[in-house]
Design a protein around this ligand. Structure first.
Ligand code: CAA
Length: 417
């Protein structure tokens, strides 16, 4: 029985900031951000949007595109590390805004950037378990990556949500049965209660990511069936590799580590590759990993959603070419937990490949640095949306300690009114 992602929809806010402009304002060489980190632009969330409104917009769009009745959703999982309350989950606001029925298991998941994958795996297991009622889950990963203005993390911010329908008719990605996992208690990135911006030990976080990648991949590789031929590598069995991408250079570092581990595990292959390792790794990166990085290089870090922004971007660009082929996926969440898994792109993928990313990036507005700083400092205030608002739900603000949300007309309906 095939289980996996039936359809995806992505939402990213209406504003973006060019990293060359940020570099100029911070007195940094633009190439450090655009080449050294690989980020061209990052999404900027205005005060009338938060993780709830972004999740609800992505969720509404995926349900509409798939023609799925919200009341038929039996499980709604929302993953975020930008929670809006210490007790009340983001998922119940989203449940209300989407009109999901009362007979639904719903909760929020947190484990830094890993929570989106935790939600996907939980939903897939729930669907797999079966039962009298047909099982279809809605999984949404939603985040706003925020660091202190002027800090080294600042160029790795971003915002967005990815909604995924998980069920037995996977038209976007059929999930494989095995996965490799790795967990360990590290202080690489965290956000103490009461703080809006994350604290990060930057270089340590890169090292922790790579250690977790090695641990998860080596477990996964050992579970792979059929066993490898003496000169065969895992890379030969996948058409693309997708990584959690806080910034594109991180995916490049990850792929370099993965490729070497993979080749070293195959002794005959390692003997061939070792003399020209850097050249072979660079070629492998261009072929397998770079194609999925188009959107993240313009959206920035979306924490829990990042890996699935890569998947959506890849499906929009290459679903026709990838049908029937396998992709590898690596999810990392600071703190830390990581998972390496794979999926097959079904022949139906081109029919569901419009996830909304290319359109939203084409239509969004780039703001200048003073505007970005004003939006960042305004914080979690709520408000009324400015002209050109791309979302369908608005965060009005907090009254009597309660967050208030509302709906606006979808863009298409507004345009035709
Ligand atoms: N031209 C071209 N490249 C340049 C350059 C220039 N003028 N100046 C510097 N560079 C290069 C550097 O050589 C470096 O490249 P390499 O890593 O390949 O050597 C790159 O630009 C970045 O330079 P630095 O390492 O000096 O940058 P930094 O220390 O100021 O900040 C960072 C980098 C630590 C990643 C920081 O942006 C940060 O803390 N980000 C947030 C944490 C993060 O994203 N960690 C990733 C792993 S954890 C995770 O994945 C979870 C998550 O989502 C947070």
């Amino acid at each position: 029985m095939s289980i996996g992602i039936e359809r995806l929809a992505v939402y990213t806010p209406q504003y973006g900031l060019a990293l060359a402009d940020l570099a100029a304002a911070r007195g940094v060489a633009p190439a450090k951000y655009t080449q050294g980190l690989g980020v061209q632009e990052m999404a900027v969330a205005p005060p009338w949007e938060d993780v709830v409104t972004m999740a609800a917009t992505a969720g509404a769009r995926v349900l509409r595109a798939a023609g799925v009745d919200p009341a038929s959703i039996g499980m709604l999982l929302v993953a975020t590390e930008t929670a809006v309350d210490h007790a009340k989950p983001v998922s119940i606001f989203v449940h209300d805004l989407l009109g999901v029925g009362p007979h639904c298991r719903t909760y929020e998941l947190k484990h830094a950037c890993y929570a989106g994958t935790a939600a996907l795996m939980t939903a897939a297991d729930w669907v797999r378990a079966g039962g009298a009622r047909p099982r279809r889950a809605l999984v949404i990963a939603t985040d706003i990556a925020r660091y202190e203005l002027g800090s080294s993390g600042e160029p790795t911010q971003g915002a967005g949500a990815v909604a995924m329908l998980v069920g037995r008719e996977p038209q976007a990605l059929i999930l494989g049965d095995e996965s490799g996992t790795y967990a360990g208690n590290v202080h690489d990135f965290w956000r103490p209660l009461g703080r809006r911006e994350a604290i990060v030990d930057g270089q340590h976080s890169v090292d922790c990511y790579l250690i977790a990648l090695a641990g998860a991949f080596q477990m996964y590789r050992a579970l792979e069936r059929p066993p490898f031929e003496p000169d065969e590598a895992f890379q030969d069995r996948v058409a693309r590799m997708l990584y959690h991408t806080p910034f594109p250079k991180m995916a490049m570092k990850a792929h370099r580590r993965f490729a070497e581990l993979d080749w070293r595990a195959s002794h005959a292959r390692w003997a061939q590759v070792e003399p020209r390792l850097e050249e072979a790794a660079a070629q492998s990166y261009v072929e397998l990993a770079a194609p999925a990085l188009t959107a993240v290089s313009r959206i920035g870090n979306t924490y829990t959603a990042s890996l699935y922004v890569c998947l959506a971007s890849l499906l929009e660009a290459e679903s026709r070419m990838l049908t029937g082929r396998r992709v590898g996926l690596f999810s990392y969440g600071s703190g830390s937990c990581a998972e390496f898994f794979s999926g097959v792109v079904p022949t139906s993928a081109p029919r569901v490949s419009d996830t909304g990313i290319a359109t939203q990036l084409r239509e969004r507005t780039l703001v200048d640095v003073p505007t970005y700083e004003r939006l960042a400092r305004t914080g979690d205030a709520g408000g009324e949306p400015a002209a050109g608002f791309a979302g369908e739900f608005v965060f009005h603000g907090v009254r009597n300690d309660r967050r208030e949300y509302g709906r606006v007309e979808p863009v298409a309906a507004r345009a035709s009114a």
